[in-house]
Design a protein around this ligand. Structure first.
Ligand SMILES: [Zn+2]
Length: 586
């Protein structure tokens, strides 16, 4: 009997045993070897495979999952060279995907002043000062993450607070949402902003009673200063990406869908891959600006699709934006804003042009992400996808709508019906003051009943895909999982939850970051669940999400992240990795 035959026999007998005792192992269809490089034993393995939802152990060969089953089943894949990881009863999940991220921006932000979570002026000043002291050679101090409530009652910062800590170097700090910025006196002077400087189109230089700039710059007024910032070098960008990947792996991410400007830097991602440095998988969208799909854009998109199509970096996807945001009244609504009946927002694309563009992209088999926040923009995206599908006879194209903050009731079932993916960022629905006082006021109580309609879309057959929109909010997915279940702040407000009928279950939240995300990125055949033959991308958690109240999920820490069978992140708290096989009961 040849080796192969004996392997086959062994393989089929295993399958047979598993068929007889339905608790059993499932193994890859054509195993190259029955010896695993690594086995993970003694875990609570939540697989997302409906035929085998739970298991105790996983065998890995190369970068793929070889088998999933009981401790006993999986121990048979072990020999003296196998690395054994004892999970100590901990929860093992498929690695998470962030379906909406601005990776380069977020990564560069990690090398600058980070103001997220700085809730007082003293804390902001401390962080700025510490950064300036630690980086004496940086000509500009830049950073991001401040939020409006810190500057109550005006909600806007003032240059004097920055001048107090760093008077001699220019400072430029962007708000968490990217819509406002804050400069010190030195930066305003370097940008030449004076009393007589006019406001730019779509922007506002905030001024005091004497007409002098306060340092707060709204929307495009920030560009007056930003254009003087030194451009990061190639090496600085690469260094930032390394930090970004580490940050992502630390929180359990194994893949991201880039919805921003990362397309311009594909060669940097490729350089990291050639150096074997990638520890995160990238699906990178081309960012298409209105008013037109030019032949130059098509060439770039098609070239990226031809060049990048493997498990680490892939192109072939296009992101475009139909509207702005509710808070600034720039999201396109079907009827006027409740707080200001003169405004309905406005579409960034001329509707017919957008529909033609979608039709052409769909005809080419490219996937599409459309940013649509207002109910009018959401409807136009659905209309365009429906028309493209009919005219091109496309099957299973999975076009996506990103954000979907408001929606007309009649459009909810169209996601399921048309096969359109609903890409949400659960922390955008975090019910803090910004959401409850500004967002909800702007849309009014009737439309607010359909705020971030996760459950309604899912229960009408639509697919959910979750992400963060980092650096707008943290890329840590665990607060997002918690908010998907609670729709409450970590302090428990509002007590009954914000639009509580749109809460979803833990299983469905996990799915939206794993198998749902894989479907949303056309990768479900190789990713998204713990199944033989799929990539060995998995995470070990500090606590069992299925055994704790939803309000504890935010405390989850990732102990171990594996990408392609390799440990790419190991928490300092993880000490039980064993390279020597341990005894276990048979
Ligand atoms: Zn975004």
């Amino acid at each position: 009997m040849s080796n192969t035959t004996s392997l086959r026999l062994r393989f089929w007998s295993l399958l047979l045993i598993s068929a007889i005792f339905s608790a059993g192992v499932s193994a890859a269809q054509t195993p190259q070897s029955h010896v695993a490089n690594t086995i993970l034993l003694n875990g609570r393995v939540y697989t997302l495979n409906p035929h085998q939802p739970w298991a105790e152990a996983v065998a890995i060969s190369g970068d793929k999952i070889l088998a999933v089953g009981s401790i006993k089943d999986i121990s048979s894949y072990r020999d003296s060279s196998t690395r054994v990881i004892d999970l100590g009863g901990r929860l093992l999940l498929p690695g998470f995907t962030d379906c909406h991220i601005h990776f380069m921006d977020g990564s560069l932000g990690l090398t600058q002043v980070i103001l997220n979570g700085a809730a007082t002026m003293a804390e902001i000043q401390k962080r700025v000062k510490e950064y300036a002291t630690a980086h004496p050679n940086e000509t500009w101090i830049t950073g991001m993450g401040w939020s409006y409530p810190t500057f109550a009652p005006t909600g806007l910062p003032d240059k004097k607070f920055l001048d107090e800590v760093v008077p001699d170097r220019p400072i430029y700090l962007v708000a968490f949402d990217g819509h406002s910025s804050w400069a010190n006196s030195k930066a305003l002077a370097m940008a030449g902003i004076k009393r007589e400087t006019p406001d730019p189109p779509n922007g506002k230089i905030v001024r005091d009673n004497d007409g002098e700039a306060t340092g707060a710059l709204k929307e495009s007024a920030g560009d007056l200063v930003a254009k003087f910032l030194p451009k990061p070098s190639r090496e600085e960008r690469l260094a930032a990406l390394r930090l970004g990947m580490h940050e992502a792996n630390k929180f359990g991410l194994v893949r991201v869908h880039s919805a921003g400007q990362d397309f311009e830097w594909l060669d940097l991602y490729d350089e990291l891959r050639r150096n074997n440095e990638l520890t995160l998988r990238f699906y990178v969208a081309y960012f298409l600006d209105p008013p037109d799909l030019t032949s130059d854009a098509i060439n770039k998109i098609e070239t990226a699709r031809r060049t990048y199509h493997d498990e680490w970096i892939s192109g072939g996807v296009v992101k475009t934006m139909l509207d702005g945001v509710i808070e600034a009244h720039t999201a396109a609504m079907l009827t006027p804003y409740s707080d200001d009946p003169t405004q309905t927002g406005k579409l960034f694309w001329e509707p017919e042009k957008y529909k033609q563009t979608i039709k052409e992209l769909d005809r080419r088999g490219l996937q599409i992400f459309t940013h649509a926040i207002g109910d009018r923009a959401v409807r136009l995206a659905l209309d365009a996808y429906e028309e493209a599908k009919e005219s091109n006879h496309t099957q299973d194209a999975r076009p996506r709508i990103e954000h979907i903050e408001t929606i007309s009731a009649q459009d909810i079932p169209r996601f399921g019906k048309l096969g359109v993916v609903a890409s949400f960022q659960p922390l955008h629905a975090y019910p803090d003051d910004d959401t409850l006082k500004i967002w909800a006021r702007n849309v009014g109580p009737e439309r607010a009943q359909r705020a971030w309609v996760w459950r309604s879309i899912e229960s009408t057959g639509g697919l959910l895909a979750f992400g963060s929109d980092w650096p707008v909010v943290t890329l840590n997915p665990w607060p997002g999982v918690q908010n998907a279940l609670t729709r409450q702040t970590t302090e428990g407000d509002p007590p009954n939850g914000f639009v509580p009928n749109e809460r979803i279950s833990l299983e469905d939240a996990i799915k939206a970051y794993t198998l749902g995300a894989a479907l949303a990125g056309r990768r479900e055949k190789t990713e998204g669940s713990i199944e033989p033959g799929k990539l060995a991308d998995m995470i070990v958690l500090s606590q069992d999400l299925f055994k704790i109240p939803p309000t504890e999920i935010v405390k989850t820490e990732v102990l171990l992240t594996l990408v392609g069978g390799k440990v790419v992140y190991q928490s300092p708290k993880w000490s039980s990795i064993s390279t020597t096989p341990k005894k276990e009961s048979n």
